[in-house]
Design a protein around this ligand. Structure first.
Ligand code: ZN
Ligand code: ZN
Length: 103
C-alpha cells in the first residue's frame, strides 16, 4: 500500500525514470514500469520541474536497480543478488553502502 501522506512530490527525468520525494527526507528513483507495478498514482502527488539527470541514470540508484551498482535491474543482475539499492520510502544511506562495499 502506498501512503500518500508520506509522499511530498515527484519529478520526471529525461532518462524516463521518476524520483519520488518523501517527507522523511528519503527519495526513491524508479523506472516508469516499476512505478506502474507498485501502483503509485502520480495524480495524487505534486509534480516538480522535470530533471535531466537523476540518481537512476547518474548513480544507478533506485528501488529497481541492483545493489551492486551495475545499473542492471534488481533480480536480473549477474552478481546474483536480488536486492535493490534503495528500499521504498527509506532514506538511502550511501555512507553505509560505501563502507559495506569496502569491507
Ligand atoms: Zn534520470
Ligand atoms: Zn548486481
Amino acid at each position: 500500500m502506498i501512503d500518500y501522506s508520506q509522499i511530498e512530490s515527484y519529478s520526471k527525468c529525461d532518462c524516463g525514470a521518476i524520483t519520488i520525494y518523501f517527507r522523511n527526507g528519503a527519495s526513491n528513483s524508479m523506472k516508469e514500469s516499476t512505478r506502474k507495478k507498485l501502483g503509485i498514482d502520480l495524480h495524487k502527488i505534486s509534480k516538480l520541474q522535470p530533471s535531466y539527470c537523476c540518481n537512476h541514470c547518474v548513480n544507478h540508484w533506485g528501488i529497481d536497480i541492483c545493489e551492486c551498482g551495475s545499473g542492471l535491474p534488481a533480480g536480473e543482475c549477474i552478481c546474483g543478488s536480488d536486492k535493490a539499492v534503495e528500499t521504498f520510502g527509506e532514506k538511502f544511506d550511501s555512507f553505509s553502502k560505501i563502507l559495506k562495499n569496502f569491507c
